[in-house]
Design a protein around this ligand. Structure first.
Ligand SMILES: [Ca+2]
Length: 309
């Protein structure tokens, strides 16, 4: 984990715990506390090594900076996935509610598709937690204990994007298998259908019923076939690109670029732009000055800053 200045100077952060660094697993997302200016807390996710593979962990720690050095102190584990898995797709994306009162966390199916429909499996879910990791009493299955008490929505595959729109709606994207990448508007208690339905098919070519055949599942607001392999989601607010106000920006691993999605007055989503950058984009962020930051996938991946010409 690194601190990077606007000019690109970077400082390695000490005290980062070990990660299960294999395939899509490893150190995943980082989000400053809504009160970071006062509390200096960083929330972050990783897959941590355990017997039987690795488990997704949500943790927080205090960032201490002095004398040109940085380190994490007072590390706390807030949530730990049980059981561990060998590999697969962990999710691990963090989003705070606009009021800062709750933390939302994506959990991938880890290539165990049926677990996404199992209400007692910590797989294929979006969780909603209090910032200290406890279960909010107003969650859809509050009072049922275990992973149910934390579950906000169900039936997700490989969610690597989660963010609140300016109107307060929560949006998530996830990779489909062979086709059917999805952008979903998330509602509490919703079931998004994986693996019962998909707008793509199995990698083997075996067909999967479409969302339209099973109205009890929430259909995506937008989907992509062929896939873009979406990674990272940010809603644009800023002055650098005034025409993008309120747009969703999505990185593309397979698309090797950036996708812009716009929303009409009813919240319907439409792809407005797709720029090829020739780089596998892993994550997207918007800085307070309106510049867009992208990070590239891979050991030699770059950190890119986009500004208007
Ligand atoms: Ca779905």
């Amino acid at each position: 984990m690194f601190l990077v200045t606007q000019a690109g100077a970077r400082t390695a952060i000490d005290g980062v715990p070990a990660a299960y660094d294999r395939g899509q697993n490893g150190l995943l997302d980082v989000a400053p506390s809504p009160g970071f200016a006062r509390d200096r807390l960083l929330y972050f996710t990783r897959v941590a090594p355990e017997d039987g593979g690795g488990a997704l962990i949500l943790a927080r720690a205090r960032l201490e900076e002095s004398g040109g050095r940085a380190r994490l102190r007072d590390l706390e584990t807030l949530w730990r996935q049980r059981p561990a898995s060998r590999g697969g797709q962990p999710g691990g994306i963090i989003a705070f509610s606009p009021d800062g009162g709750h933390l939302f966390l994506t959990v991938g199916d880890r290539m165990e598709p049926d677990t996404a429909q199992d209400p007692d499996a910590a797989r294929g879910k979006i969780l909603r937690l209090n910032p200290d990791g406890s279960a909010p009493p107003d969650n859809p299955m509050a009072g049922q204990g275990g992973i149910r008490a934390l579950t906000w929505s169900t039936g997700h595959r490989n969610p690597y994007g989660l963010a609140f729109a300016p109107d307060g709606a929560l949006w998530e994207h996830e990779m489909g298998p062979r086709g059917g990448d999805e952008l979903n508007r998330i509602r509490p208690g919703g079931n998004y259908g994986w693996p019962e339905v998909s707008n793509g098919d199995q990698y083997s070519g075996w067909p999967i019923p479409r969302h339209a055949t099973r109205p009890e599942f929430d259909a995506p607001g937008l989907d992509w076939t062929p896939v873009i392999a979406p990674a990272g989601l940010a809603f644009y607010r800023g002055t650098e690109f005034p025409a993008w106000q309120g747009s969703a920006l999505i990185g593309g691993l397979r698309a090797e670029g950036l996708v812009r999605v716009v929303f009409d007055a009813d919240g319907a989503a439409r792809q407005a732009d797709r720029w090829s950058l020739g780089r596998r984009i892993r994550d997207v962020a918007v800085a307070p000055d309106g510049a867009v930051w992208l990070i590239e996938d891979g050991a030699g991946g770059g950190l890119l800053r986009l500004t208007a010409k």
